[in-house]
Design a protein around this ligand. Structure first.
Ligand code: TRP
Ligand code: ZN
Length: 867
């Protein structure tokens, strides 16, 4: 029998009821001060919380404190035992006057906390993760981001096991206690929401450094890791100092405490967390050296270190009023970290990478059953809304405002925003209003980007009349329906547009910023006295899909000469995509234009190698799938393989030259990294054309490597080849790195990304490998995340891939609901696949839905995916 919870007619179980943005009400009680006393140990930690509470306004409601798996051992109001009750998970405490001191005591078991929310054990460490609603797993508290408190934290722990005790802010007192225990007291002078609370207790060593701020204050910096990992912290430390400087120079933002601590932990649900003065990181975003980390890992580390540091202003000094405003801090902070990375490396290549990520992850989300606006209207479990839409599309919204206002007015807007809302919990509306007030711009239509989900499509057609020297650009926009939203209003879409000479590729007149606000709109260009090429959405100025009727010849010219690097890249990608789509449609594969564009790119000495590498990467199978109404993964795979083979054959000479032109691992310059990237793409393309020769080349590439980038490129190629070199290289890699869990993650991921007939068998075998564990989120994602993103293999016509994923989701949900729920979206795309697969995918979802005792997290993702 079907589970009634999945029946849309039946009212949801109370614990699965949605929360609506429109229902926001200010808190009934403030908590200006908190003292936490924690008697720490992995088995059992006693938490005594003392909350100073004050009544907010004129009402007679009791104090209501959220809890999650907590049982009160004692509740006192002003020193006297209180007449408390429990309402579900909430602790309800009656209070007479307008203020009181409320003391609660609970006992928690960090080592049993497999959700990794609240206080948990990772290795020998004790650490916390509170965003969004983890603080209520440590102590009873309002635990909502608009309640800001000053914290004083006392930690007691065994001195031998946990010699280092850290919390937010500054250390104010330490000392020894009986029985080999010790204590430390930390105070954070800045009022903060509970989700920014953190503590760490463990045996850690610090890489210490310092930074002098623009006003001349010295800030002590420390990155805490296990002693043996200290040599791998140099890159993160440099990134931290670079970020501090960049935020001063670009946003005028200075750090505000005398101390900034970062701790790396091995078990972590996400990338990292911006806790005030005590950032906690997934160790994969801190630890790196040439031998164990790829250039991509190095870049991600710098990006995440910057992201968390930038949150000190965009998130901590100005926080979110409620969780519907999540993009206020995340979209803005992603935009800030993207710009930082653009400034530190190649601007064009970083933009290409960010757009690729947006298209690979956010576009599918926006066109599927889990689509939601950047500022959602409702949620069942907020942890499900840490999405590419809130983060990456949110960042595109900020970037569009930057484009519309220009850098000076944007900076005036951000200054006003920080100034106006410092110390407050703000909304997305507050941000847009500050931008408007500082610039005089009217962003009323622009606000629709926050409320309307779905990726708009813009159709563009250019007419040129040689007689009048006039060119007319006709634009039309369409905003697709998404769950719960139909008949949308036209959006305000900023399009950077230029016309280029067909002859020379030189611009005809200035680039223009076209604001497309109507459903249909035309724009006239004067003095166009030669046939023009259309360069549109330059720099990817708006997160939309552009459809044009430019032919192969025009795209080839743009791919060879557009001065805007993103548009140039895009023209080449369009050529490949066209060839792929028509082949999937049953036409013969026409590769000439794409090959000629790639040849010209490879030969162009003005281009840096990283850009060439990007231009040579054929659109991924899932990206191709996004463009189809009914995906047949075998056809997509076949067409993509054929195109890669054709490019590899036609360009074998320049590709061989690129593959032979490496850079030593010690060369971490842009040039060095670019060469390694291009050589990896060249290797992969050559192997597509000639697998046997590819296997030999890849093995040599692997054997000669003095760095992880080359090694993993080679392994990535070998993974998809049925050749003896494959097994030899994987065995070598395993033997060499089996003790290094971050590198072993790569070993799992590379095999799960392999594209060969036997790949599914191997993934099934890896799921039983002794080194596989569902308890460690990195390991789980390395295998299951990589596999479910491997379209051709995951969507095996037998449905075995779906079965494996469904089994994994059900099992993972019992340990860690947040991480399990993030594995659901690949199954949710069922409507986009050919009927046989769609049916099997649906069945897998239904089977999950029928499980008893599903978490809210998985329940929400699965039920939304089915309706
Ligand atoms: N605020 C964090 C960031 O983006 C996100 C985060 C860290 C998080 N840990 C989490 C979100 C756990 C949900 C659950 O930087
Ligand atoms: Zn963030």
């Amino acid at each position: 029998m079907a589970d009634t919870r999945m029946n849309p007619e039946a009212p949801p179980a109370p614990e699965h009821a949605p929360i609506f943005r429109k229902d926001y009400e200010p808190p009934r009680w403030w908590v200006p001060e908190i003292h936490l006393d924690l008697d720490l140990s992995a088995a059992s930690t006693r938490v005594t919380a003392t909350l100073e509470v004050t009544r907010n306004g004129d009402h007679d409601e009791p104090l209501r404190l959220a809890g999650d798996e907590l049982r009160p051992l004692a509740v006192r109001v002003d020193g006297k035992d209180a007449a408390w009750t429990l309402d579900g998970d909430d602790l309800v405490v009656p209070i007479e006057g307008d203020k009181a001191t409320v003391e609660t005591q609970v006992e928690i078991a960090p080592e049993k906390n497999s959700q990794l929310m609240g206080l948990y054990a990772s290795g020998g460490l004790l650490c916390t993760q509170c965003e969004s609603e983890g603080f209520r797993r440590i102590t009873f508290h309002p635990d909502r981001p608009d309640v800001l408190s000053r914290y004083r934290v006392t930690m007691h722990a065994d001195k031998a096991r946990h010699p280092v005790l850290l919390a937010n802010g500054n250390e104010v007192e330490t000392g020894d206690e009986e029985d080999g225990r010790h204590y430390a007291v930390w105070e954070d002078p800045f009022p903060k929401p509970s989700y920014l609370f953190a503590l760490v207790a463990g045996d850690l060593a610090a890489n210490r450094d310092h930074f002098t701020t623009m006003s001349g204050r010295k800030v002590d910096l420390a990155i805490w890791v296990r002693e043996k990992d200290l040599p791998k912290t140099a890159h993160a430390m440099q990134a931290l100092k670079d970020s501090m400087k960049w935020d001063e120079e670009v946003y005028g933002r200075e750090y505000d405490l005398d101390l900034f601590n970062i701790v790396a932990v091995d078990d972590f649900n996400f990338g990292a967390m911006e806790n005030k003065g005590l950032n906690i990181f997934n160790s994969r975003y801190i630890l790196a050296d040439e031998d164990t980390a790829t250039d991509g890992d190095f870049d991600n580390i710098a990006g995440v270190v910057a992201h968390e540091y930038f949150h000190n202003w965009s998130g901590n000094r100005v926080t979110c009023r409620d969780w519907f405003q999540l993009s206020l801090k995340e979209g803005f902070t992603v935009f800030r970290d993207q710009c930082f990375s653009q400034d530190m490396g190649s601007e064009a290549v970083k933009r290409i990478e960010d757009v690729r990520l947006l298209r690979a992850v956010q576009f599918p989300e926006d066109s599927g059953p889990l689509a939601h606006p950047v500022r959602p209207e409702s949620y069942i479990e907020i942890a499900n809304f840490y999405t590419a839409t809130v983060y990456n599309k949110g960042a595109e919204l900020i970037r569009m405002m930057h484009t519309i206002l220009g850098p000076e007015k944007f900076r005036a807007g951000s200054d006003l925003y920080f100034d106006r809302h410092d110390g407050e919990a703000a909304t997305c509306e507050d941000f847009v209003k500050a931008m408007e007030d500082a610039s005089g711009a009217d962003l009323s239509q622009f606000r629709l980007w926050y409320s309307q989900a779905g990726t708009p499509t813009v159709t563009a057609h250019l007419d040129h009349d040689p007689a009048s020297g006039r060119a007319v650009l006709r634009l039309q926009q369409e905003v697709p329906d998404t769950p719960g939203q139909t008949d949308k209003q036209p959006m305000a879409i900023p399009l950077r547009v230029a016309l280029l000479s067909e002859q020379s590729g030189e611009p005809i007149g200035e680039e223009r910023l076209v604001m497309l606000g109507e459903t249909r709109q035309s724009v006239t260009f004067e003095d166009v006295n030669e046939p023009p090429l259309l360069s549109i959405n330059r720099g990817f100025s708006a997160p939309v899909t552009i459809k044009t009727d430019r032919d192969d010849r025009e795209l080839q010219l743009l791919a060879a000469s557009d001065p805007d690097p993103f548009a140039r890249y895009e023209a080449g990608q369009d050529l490949m995509m066209r060839a792929l789509l028509s082949a999937i449609d049953g036409e013969p594969l026409h590769t000439d234009a794409a090959i000629e564009a790639a040849r010209a790119t490879l030969a162009d000495d003005s281009l840096d190698p990283a850009f060439k590498a990007e231009a040579l990467i054929v659109p991924s199978e899932s990206m191709i799938g996004e463009r189809l109404d009914s995906i047949d993964p075998d056809k997509v795979h076949g067409a993509r393989d054929a195109l890669r083979k054709a490019i590899g054959e036609a360009l074998s000479d320049p590709l061989r030259a690129a593959q032979a032109d490496g850079a030593p691992g010690a060369d971490r310059s842009g040039e060095g990294m670019g060469k390694r990237k291009l050589r990896g793409v060249a290797l992969a393309t050559l192997a597509a054309a000639d697998p046997a020769e590819g296997a030999r080349l890849a093995k040599a590439h692997y054997d000669a490597a003095d760095n992880m980038t080359d090694r993993s490129h080679a392994l990535g190629v070998l993974a998809s080849l049925d050749a003896p070199e494959r097994d030899a290289a994987f065995a070598d890699f395993y033997a060499r790195y089996r003790e290094d869990s971050l590198v072993l993650d790569k070993w799992f991921a590379l095999q799960a990304m392999a594209q060969r007939e036997a790949a599914l068998d191997e993934v099934e075998a890896l799921a039983c490998h002794p080194d596989f564990s569902m308890k460690n989120p990195n390991r789980l994602r390395a295998l299951v995340g990589s596999f479910s993103a491997n379209q051709w293999v995951f969507h095996h016509a037998s449905g075995r891939g779906y079965k494996l994923l469904a089994d994994m989701i059900v099992a993972a949900d019992k340990l860690n609901p947040q991480v399990a729920a993030r594995m659901v979206p690949p199954l949710g795309r069922w409507r986009r696949f050919e009927p046989g697969r769609a049916q099997l995918m649906r069945e897998a979802l239904e089977r999950i839905a029928g499980e008893a005792g599903l978490s809210k997290d998985v329940f929400e993702q699965v039920s939304k995916s089915l309706t």
